[in-house]
Design a protein around this ligand. Structure first.
Ligand code: MLT
Length: 269
């Protein structure tokens, strides 16, 4: 189930299932491709479902230096599509994965077929958020990822999230090397604001928001959906910042319906 390719100095790994048009999943921070297991197991296999570990995360270990920028990841994903022999793909990004999907669209608009955004935002970091990220990066490098787990876990899941989901999320966070955490935090701190560009993003889009997301307010996601020219917006009840893991059936149901819409022959009217 694991595949790998050498991409610009790193060995990138991905999981995939199914065959057909590609839906490329982009994980959030600080996770890896395994966060999409409920989607690879639950979505129609008439699509080729591809979930990479981004550079530095999961099995895609890298001894590199410097910020892991959204553009760096977007370039990796374009090279990954080359390796898969695919010109255009639908992208599904959660949180940091959404920032990367927007950077991908900025750099490779012709390669984006459709977009699914979950619990993410178009705005860049305000000064205070940047300062918080940089302070956190310093502490993680010094004291280890436990610092990050303590800072982020309470905000990621709704308070009543099942213990199994909480353990899984904690485990993925603990698997991320401290240097990757620091490089990714800096990459997110310097990301570009994409708000003004949203009205030009004219591919079909699906925007999903966890009803209890403590990181990205539902209203902000709804506003983003309203600004996109061709978006559908749904709230996933009983989920915080990680609906694909917290409410996989509800999340998959919305995604499957969107994929059906994309696959439907264009109306001749
Ligand atoms: C994520 O889930 O990817 C993070 O919450 C993104 C962020 O820290 O901005």
């Amino acid at each position: 189930m694991f595949h790998g390719a050498d991409i610009d100095g790193a060995r990138l790994h991905w999981r995939e299932r199914g065959a057909g048009d590609v839906l490329l999943f982009i994980h959030g921070f600080p996770f890896h491709g395994a966060m999409w297991s409920p989607q690879l197991e639950g979505l129609p296999l008439s699509w080729r479902l591809v979930a990479p570990d981004l550079r530095g995360f999961g099995r895609s270990h890298e001894e590199g230096e410097g910020p892991l920028t959204m553009e760096r990841h977007a370039d990796d994903l374009a090279r990954l599509l080359d390796a898969l022999g695919v010109e255009r793909a639908a992208l599904c990004g959660l949180s940091m994965g959404g920032y990367i999907a927007l950077a991908f669209w900025r750099r490779y608009p012709q390669r984006l077929r459709a977009l699914i955004l979950s619990d993410t935002r178009a705005a860049g970091d305000a000064e205070e958020a940047m300062r918080w990220r940089r302070a956190l990066a310093g502490r993680v490098v010094e004291d280890g990822v436990a610092v990050l787990v303590e800072a982020m876990l309470p905000k990621l899941l709704r308070p009543s999230a099942p213990a199994a989901v909480r353990d899984r999320v904690r485990q993925m966070m603990e698997e991320t090397p401290p240097l990757t955490v620091a490089r990714a935090l800096e990459g997110m701190a310097v990301r570009q604001d994409a708000t003004d560009l949203l009205p030009q993003l004219d591919v079909p889009a699906l925007v999903l928001a966890g009803a209890e997301d403590a990181i990205v307010p539902v209203a902000e996601m709804e506003q983003m959906a309203r600004t996109l020219p061709d978006a559908r917006f749904f709230i996933i009840d009983g989920a915080g910042h990680l609906p694909p893991l917290e409410r996989p059936e509800a999340f998959n149901g919305r995604v499957a319906a969107f994929l059906r819409e994309l696959s439907a022959p264009a109306s001749s009217a």
